[in-house]
Design a protein around this ligand. Structure first.
Ligand code: GLA
Length: 734
């Protein structure tokens, strides 16, 4: 899977269908990016580096060393020496100088994949992947840089990360440490990214790449609603089924930058890493810095293939814990049902009704602690409010358990309200620039998690609640983005480390939590889906996708999310109408069918919704139990996109063995005098025969067709009468 040719000085990393090739060049051991694309048989392709062409290499033409730097496809470009494209790395020495250049020193090929210290990352054993470690150095600074590459066997993925070691005598400052770079000698790409806002997360954007730098980034302290740590450069002709894609996704939950720069020679440099804004990390002699991991996918088979590579990797090599390949309990969350206005009696009345309908878990959301009856206080005071939770938490949990239901709870551990006992006792525990008033958001501040005593105090509060009763689920929320970056616990020249230290502390807390309570189902959340990223997925198998629970708005949000993340990770609930985010009224049935593409649950007051809606819940839950194994584990295909055609949405899931499939069709807007619509299915075995059952449409008879017919000629969806109607089609091998 990873080979090294001593003669050619070339590394070749192979996955099933792709090759990635790195070459070492010239007497000065420059590390060049030779090739990434369709699998190659030969290793001897260093002609691609074009060192046979003017300005050649410095040993042949030192007069144009600068031109060489500015043209050569570097594996890991540094700045300040003459490469004027945007670098991936910048260091400021103790004497205040910038500028560095890396050269190859040695390498190691490792079976399996080493862990990244303190960071979430994909994993795989010796049979599943191989890792290449290239050690390079800048001897003038006294610094080693390790470039780590892992090639996976069962998915066309190569992961990359970078570690910097101070091997000199003096400290230096890292002001930029990106994790991956791809220098390519073409520019005719479109750039695809995921952008949005609160309640409008991860909408797909595609635009032509032009000269200069095009980037998406976050400086919000989290991966964010607004931009997503993902970019793909795709051929102008790439479709769902065909065409080349180079994609990068960052296994990180904080500030990031993902960009593509088209240079003067029509070359593209694509890169990804921690955002440099406010980033300055001091590295003492002997210390090291580990940058997070980038996941790279190359395919020439369009978006379906890219998506499936990401899904496969995340399902097998990122998500952990007992729920990894398991059905999750159908939950009911009281947020949209009650907001802050609840007590034991109200929660139990919801639970009683819910248990009769087949719902399996009650989740108590925000408002159960301190004196919190609105969002203006008590974050940090994780003590049960017994005026609301009369009889205490254990009593409530026991009563819920007696109904045969599990119990889950909401926390927002990273935050502190100015009106809280915690803040009154420790005003210096909030992130703040000394002497400057803090900027409130949702009337709260962010805890300074760079301080161990803060992390320990909050963790202990959360853990003691979890120890006090039979709590089997936690929703870990984070409802504001970071600002006023300052810590009373760090020296002046370490204030630039806060953003990253914050993320590391969140990871450490979740690591502790999942180790102490391994049976917990953890669901991450951040004002909806602002921290839906692979970093958080390493700790929680599911993440709340968006506060927008409207079934139609969800089509675009879930399409964008599912572009990279498996359906098993997408928190999706059926809620009441008019929808709390958009005021839209949609059929209860469609709300259920759309939520079925995620974790599935309810977010409504089951004691108050219309009877005809309530009557539908048992059959929706039955449907969840029937299809969830397929939805969770199957391959996902996009058939049609409402965000593109503005009329209907359609996706399909096919089991790995191709014996079963589920097709979801949502007609958003009906049209007058319109006939049935033909859709072409995907992923089925051409040689198998399948029974096609329209599960919720009357007057359509079951039929049997070959996979060949279904994937070429397709099937007709009868025109559903009305807007927002949905059709669910179950396909099984006969
Ligand atoms: C965030 C979450 C919601 C809910 C509220 C509670 O907005 O996304 O689901 O938990 O916080 O304050």
């Amino acid at each position: 899977m990873i080979t090294y040719s001593e003669k050619e000085r070339v590394f070749k990393l192979d996955t099933a269908n792709t090759s990635y090739i790195i070459g070492i060049v010239d007497d000065e051991n420059f590390i060049g990016h030779v090739y990434y694309g369709k699998k190659l048989k030969d290793i001897d392709v260093t002609y691609l580096l074009k060192t046979w062409e003017y300005p050649f290499v410095p040993s042949k033409n030192n007069r144009e060393r600068c031109s060489f730097y500015d043209l050569f496809p570097f594996e890991y470009p540094t700045g300040g020496m003459g490469d004027y494209r945007e670098s991936c790395f910048e260091v400021k020495t103790a004497s205040g100088h910038f500028g560095s250049m890396l050269s190859y020193v040695s390498h190691e090929i490792i079976n399996g994949k080493p862990k990244l210290e303190g960071l979430p990352a994909t994993f795989g054993n010796e049979d599943e992947c191989t890792t290449l470690k290239i050690v390079c150095e800048d001897k003038y600074i006294g610094m080693q840089v390790e470039l780590l590459y892992t090639a996976f066997n069962d998915t066309d993925v190569i992961t990359r990360s970078v570690k910097v070691i101070n091997t000199g005598k003096e400290h230096f400052y890292l002001t930029k440490v990106f994790s991956a770079c791809l220098d390519m000698d073409r520019k005719d790409f479109d750039m695809v990214s995921l952008n949005g806002s609160w309640a409008r997360e991860r909408h797909i954007q595609r635009k032509a790449l032009g000269y200069g730098i095009q980037k998406v980034s976050s400086f919000r302290g989290e991966s964010s609603h607004q931009n997503h740590p993902f970019i793909a450069l795709v051929d102008r002709n790439t479709t769902q089924e065909n065409g080349e894609i180079y994609a990068m996704n960052f296994v990180y939950s904080g500030n990031f930058c993902a960009q593509a720069e088209v240079s003067q020679f029509d070359y593209v440099r694509m890169s990804m890493g921690i955002n440099t804004q406010n980033f300055c990390w001091k590295l003492e002699s002997g210390e090291s810095f580990q940058a997070p991991e980038v996941v790279m996918v190359y395919t020439d088979k369009g978006f379906d293939s890219m998506t499936q590579n990401f899904h496969r990797l995340y399902k097998k090599h990122l998500i952990r814990g007992q729920y990894k390949n398991k059905k999750r309990p159908v939950l009911i969350n009281n947020w949209e049902a009650t907001y802050f206005d609840f007590n034991t009696k109200k929660l139990l009345s919801i639970a009683q009704e819910a248990s009769k309908l087949g719902i399996e878990m009650l989740v108590m959301d925000d408002g159960w602690f301190g004196k919190r009856s609105f969002d203006n206080c008590a974050l940090g005071d994780w003590k049960v409010n017994e005026e609301k939770i009369e009889g205490g938490l254990k009593n409530l949990v026991d009563e819920v358990n007696k109904l045969g239901m599990k119990f889950g709870i909401w926390f927002e551990p990273e935050m502190i309200s100015p009106d809280s006992d915690l803040y009154r006792a420790h005003p210096d525990w909030a992130l703040a620039i000394p002497g400057r008033p803090g900027t409130e958001s949702r009337q709260q501040f962010v805890l300074d998690l760079t301080r161990k005593e803060v992390v320990d105090c909050v963790y202990e509060q959360v853990a003691s609640i979890l120890r006090s009763a039979n709590i089997e689920y936690v929703k870990w929320d984070m409802n504001r983005q970071l600002s006023n970056i300052g810590s009373y616990g760090l020296e002046a020249d370490r204030q630039g480390e806060i953003y990253h230290r914050y993320v590391l502390a969140v990871y450490e807390m979740q690591d502790r939590l999942t180790k102490e309570f391994p049976y917990l189902l953890l669901e991450n959340c951040s004002g909806g889906g602002a921290r839906f990223d692979p970093g958080m997925l390493y700790f929680s198998p599911q993440i709340w996708c968006s506060d927008d629970t409207d079934a139609i708005e969800r089509l675009e949000i879930q399409e964008g999310t599912a572009l990279i993340y498996p359906l098993s990770t997408m928190g999706a609930h059926v809620s009441d109408c008019p929808n709390h985010a958009v005021g839209r009224v949609t059929p209860f049935e469609t709300r259920g069918i759309v939520a079925l593409a995620g974790t599935f649950g309810y977010e409504l007051d089951v004691t108050r919704i219309p009877k005809e809606d309530k009557d539908m819940i048992p059959s929706q839950i039955e449907m969840y139990h029937k299809y969830n194994d397929l939805v969770r584990e199957g391959d996902y295909y996009r058939i049609a996109s409402y965000s593109q055609n503005h009329q209907y949405d359609c996706w399909q899931i096919v089991s790995e063995d191709k014996t079963e499939s589920l097709v979801t069709f949502v007609q958003v807007m009906n049209r007058a005098n319109y006939k049935s619509r033909r859709i072409i299915l995907k992923g089925l075995d051409e040689d198998k025969k399948y029974k096609v059952v329209f599960t919720n449409v009357k007057d359509v008879e079951d039929c049997v067709y070959s996979g060949d017919t279904l994937t070429k000629a397709g099937i007709f969806i009868p025109n559903p009468w009305g807007d927002f109607k949905s059709v669910l089609i179950h396909i099984t091998e006969v």
